[in-house]
Design a protein around this ligand. Sequence first.
Ligand SMILES: Cc1ncc(COP(=O)(O)O)c(C=O)c1O
Length: 466
Amino acid sequence: MSAVPGTKGRLDALCERELARFADERPHGVEELARARSRMPNGVPMAWMSELYTHPPIFVDAGHGGTFTDIDGNTYIDFNLADTSMFTGYGVEAISEVVAKRVKDGSQFLLPTQDAVEVATRLAARFGLPFWQFTLSATQANVEAIRTARALTGRDAVLMFDGKYHGHADELLAVRDKGEVVPEGRGVLRDATRHVRLVPYNDLDAVSRELARGDIACVVAEAAITNAGVILPAEGFHAGLRRLTSDAGTLLVIDETHTLVAGPGGLTARWGLQPDLLVVGKSVSGGISLGAYGMTERVAAVLDDPDAASGESVATGDTLFGNALSRVATGGTLFGNALSLAAARVTLEQVLTDQGYAHAAALGGKLADGMKRPLPQTVSTGAHIACTTAAATRTGRISRPTPPMLGTASMPNSSTFSGSIWPTAESGRRSTRPARRQGSRRRPSTSTITSKCSTISSASCGNDGR
Ligand SMILES: Cc1ncc(COP(=O)(O)O)c(C=O)c1O
């Protein structure tokens, strides 16, 4: 694919101009970032935040519905929604009230509250798995789901798919490079991927070949790949995956962390998938930290009684907390805390409702339709824009002649992403909320901001109608 002559120079000049305008319109943000850099690497509380966009990080003041405002008073319509974790929209009243009350009455006891039972019951009804456990993030839920699968099967290996992202735990950060499965990023144990296999998405022959080795505890898959653009499963892929895993005595873990924006019960309910374990996180608790994994009765038995469920007896190693060698290695002090579960309960009961999903799907459909249309001043690279939609609320655009199917590791580099925060239609006007500090050199205005992360656009189910 050859670029039009002179394109790069024009793009570089354009980027430079836009970045200068960006800084000019955010004097307090620029100042805050300089201050932050003396206290935090990259000037952000989590280094990765600085890489998500092609511009410096925006310091946020407040968010409402599908928009947020920065400390210079610029307002943004948020099509990324904190990578779907704010699918409910910002500042939802029902959630705010419940969370405030829960904090007042005690947010954490290391003991269950009734909300835990209610949330487990609601998740069971939505996703079709009867038993649930809670963590603080989807990463941790995936880690525990994999450990539970290992405990039950007595096997070590995990099979995942190219283009996946299931969290930042060591062995989840695996990627194929020159035919080898290697750690994705520095600081990950060099041999963390020893028990990890990766195959192309939608390739049942490759799955079958790996399962034939007889050492795979579980396959972890998204219902549709959402971290490399959007890759939909081919006809028969999920049915084949279920059949092959069952035949091999391997557990199937479906990670619905992103795809749960597709509807109550995510794509699992919509497509009638039948995993042994299922992971959710992000938006399920309206922006308060929570991860959860559901499981069948057979899998739950290994948490109740690991020896009985796995058919093998493990030597005892009694500690303050019981038989540490025998039990499945799960848990964290704040996992399943009262605050997270109160937030999840109100979110499931009052926000992620059928009506909420229908509202978001309508907005997402509009977004997808718009993205399919050519941009007015698209620089031609010779590639066609292929637009795929995993579910009405989540859309990705890839610069390729055909929609991707395999999720090969190199794909994100050739993609055009749209997971960006776009300025409000009230371009150039001050937001209704005053800037926190006075003295900006210019009145707040807006500019087009493009994400470089491999996320995709989402529509929120908040009620502000945007
Ligand atoms: C499919 C999927 N699973 C798990 C995770 C990990 O979620 P968290 O970072 O909240 O632990 C992500 C994050 O993007 C994800 O996309």
